[in-house]
Ligand binder design. Structure first.
Ligand code: SF4
Ligand code: SF4
Length: 356
């Protein structure tokens, strides 16, 4: 049946929140208004990081190669969608990324979007990374595999290049998945998962890795990975004969469309309080911004994908890949804000799931 959107991007709705300054203003007000949520930077200081959070290395080169997507999920922190035709990385920027990945010996290349497969240079870039022996992660939304004939062979393409596939599946039922990601998403996701399983992805003993990502459907913190992973495995196997490797549980950060959702549903205050109350200092050592850099479609450098969506560029002199400076990047201080409570709540949250 294909995917039908239930929502629109913030920019196509002309929402005030499509302006990142406005998002930052809303978030910073949580420190001063009646909410009185302690400043995240202050909290970090109090638990033993007076100089803030600093990098421990540069292992992961994460690239958001464009905001174009065949879906318009309700909680998307990228504000991606079918209308985002301009914000796509061009070949010369990808070429420069490739040169940096090789020169600075990044172990992992994490390719995200939008639906990264919709970028016309996607396959070329994956092949180049593979030829250079890099571990490649593709954040595939699954339905893209079913969206159009030209994407049907993606499972084989991924397998040929030993791509580690990480895909969102908010739940093992149609109603909860479709309400978050759009009508028809669950059905197409199941079909895509079957295709991936058929060529060995997610099957025990195979070296083709397929991980799934769970994020809560509303304004609450997720249950633990330990609880959810066996339940997902059992249910997907029993209902659809589908297998996968690991389930990554992530917390929704109050950024972009999820911030819009929180405000629209009157849950913003309660959610920020919940995140701040669940602050867990032991997550700080493993924050993803400490070993990752995040590159936007137009080549700017950020500490993580969330800072990228808030347009908080890395705190170095020229935060653009054309002026890449390893020493400056390694000695920078990471830019933190109230949204960072989302990464430190409970067991913590990162692109690879829980932190502790
Ligand atoms: S969450 Fe992923 S699949 Fe959904 S609109 Fe955003 S980028 Fe696309
Ligand atoms: S949002 Fe999370 S990953 Fe990004 S800078 Fe804040 S703590 Fe680090």
């Amino acid at each position: 049946m294909g995917v039908k959107q239930r929502t629109k991007s913030l920019s196509s709705k002309n929402s005030k929140l499509s302006n990142t300054y406005y998002q930052l203003e809303v978030l910073s007000q949580s420190e001063t208004d009646q909410l009185s949520i302690p400043s995240f930077k202050q909290r970090i200081n109090e638990v033993g990081y007076p100089k803030g959070v600093t990098p421990v290395g540069m292992e992961v080169f994460q690239i958001n190669i464009g905001k174009l997507c065949n879906q318009t999920c309700a909680h998307c922190h990228v504000d991606a969608g079918p209308d985002k035709k301009i914000e796509n990385m061009d070949r010369s920027t990808l070429q420069l990324c490739l040169e940096l990945i090789i020169k600075y010996n990044f172990d992992k290349v994490d390719i995200t979007g939008g639906a990264p497969e919709m970028n016309p240079h996607f396959r070329w870039f994956v092949e180049q990374c593979s030829l250079n022996g890099k571990e490649i992660i593709v954040r595939c939304n699954l339905t893209i595999i079913m969206a159009n004939k030209k994407y049907e062979d993606l499972p084989e393409f991924f397998a040929k290049n030993k791509v580690h596939v990480i895909s969102s599946l908010p739940y093992f039922t149609k109603s909860r998945t479709d309400s978050q990601r759009g009508d028809g998403v669950f059905e197409d996701s199941i079909k895509a998962l079957k295709k991936l399983n058929d060529i060995g992805y997610g099957i025990e003993g195979s070296d083709l890795i397929l991980d799934l990502v769970y994020n809560p459907s509303g304004a609450f913190l997720p249950a633990t990975q330990e609880e959810l992973e066996p339940e997902f495995k059992r249910q997907l196997l029993r209902r659809y004969n589908i297998q996968f490797n690991s389930l990554f549980v992530i917390t929704n950060l109050p950024v972009s469309r999820f911030l819009d959702y929180l405000i629209e549903t009157g849950n913003y205050e309660a959610y920020m309080q919940e995140l701040s109350m669940a602050f867990n200092p032991t997550t700080i050592e493993g924050l993803m911004c400490r070993n990752t850099i995040s590159i936007s479609w137009d080549g700017y450098i950020f500490d993580c994908d969330f800072n990228q969506m808030l347009d908080l560029k890395s705190d170095i002199k020229n935060p653009h890949i054309s002026e890449f400076d390893e020493n400056q990047l390694l000695s920078r201080t990471i830019k933190l804000g109230q949204h960072c409570y989302g990464c430190t709540a409970g067991a913590g949250s990162s692109c690879g799931g829980e932190i502790v």
